[in-house]
Design a protein around this ligand. Sequence first.
Ligand code: ATP
Length: 239
Amino acid sequence: RAADRLLTVDSINTHYGESHILFDLSLAVDSDEIVALVGRNGAGKTTTLRSIMGLTPATDGTITKNGDPIHDLDPHEIRKRGLSWIPEERRVFGSLTVEENLRLAAHSGAGDQSDTFEEIYEQFPRLDERRTQKAGTMSGGEQQMLAIARALLGPETDLLLLDEPSEGLAPQIVDDVVDIIRELNESGVTILLVEQNAEMALELADRAYILETGEIVHESAAADLLDDRETMEGYLGVK
Ligand code: ATP
């Protein structure tokens, strides 16, 4: 399956100043997969995504995209290699309209546009209906949809890094977000999903990794992990 390998993270170590956060962390994502990275608060999930995007570069180890090393590149160069990241806090501008939010994202991703506004509105009809609505007045699920749309503008995206898309959302809205992520994946976007909501992530994902204090401690098919109640409880505190 080597030809299908989209992202390889091989033995990276990441620090914040003197604090050593990620320890020889390795993971892989194949084309068209949804891969979940789960773990408790502070395990290093966000840091893993930040290292992949070059925002908090790893101090050693290698990261490759389609076989090419990317760990020495700047974040905007990494973005041009087809990776896009949606941070936990989503970063939609509440006082701006949907359309203005999209314009800003398109502007900051300057250069070759792949998904145009019209393609985005076609893919997300709910945003089309709300072009002039202020983003801050939309539901959490709609804001997550807008955050995803923003991430797809700019250079072509084939790998989306999603940080806690369910955070702060009511269970019903989480279901909407699950549908959005599934549809996005079916449209050809590979997804690396970080979640504290392990059940949600594992129902969505093909494969899963558990991160504990900066180390990968478990790797399996997502469905197998969901059935493995001992591991779920031991590492994730899920009863
Ligand atoms: P959460 O689910 O709570 O967001 P996480 O698994 O995403 O947790 P990280 O945010 O990656 O975990 O944090 C991993 C560790 O790194 C934590 O101990 C955190 O306190 C520490 N950390 C995160 N950001 C910084 C920073 N900017 N400076 C110093 N330490 C940091």
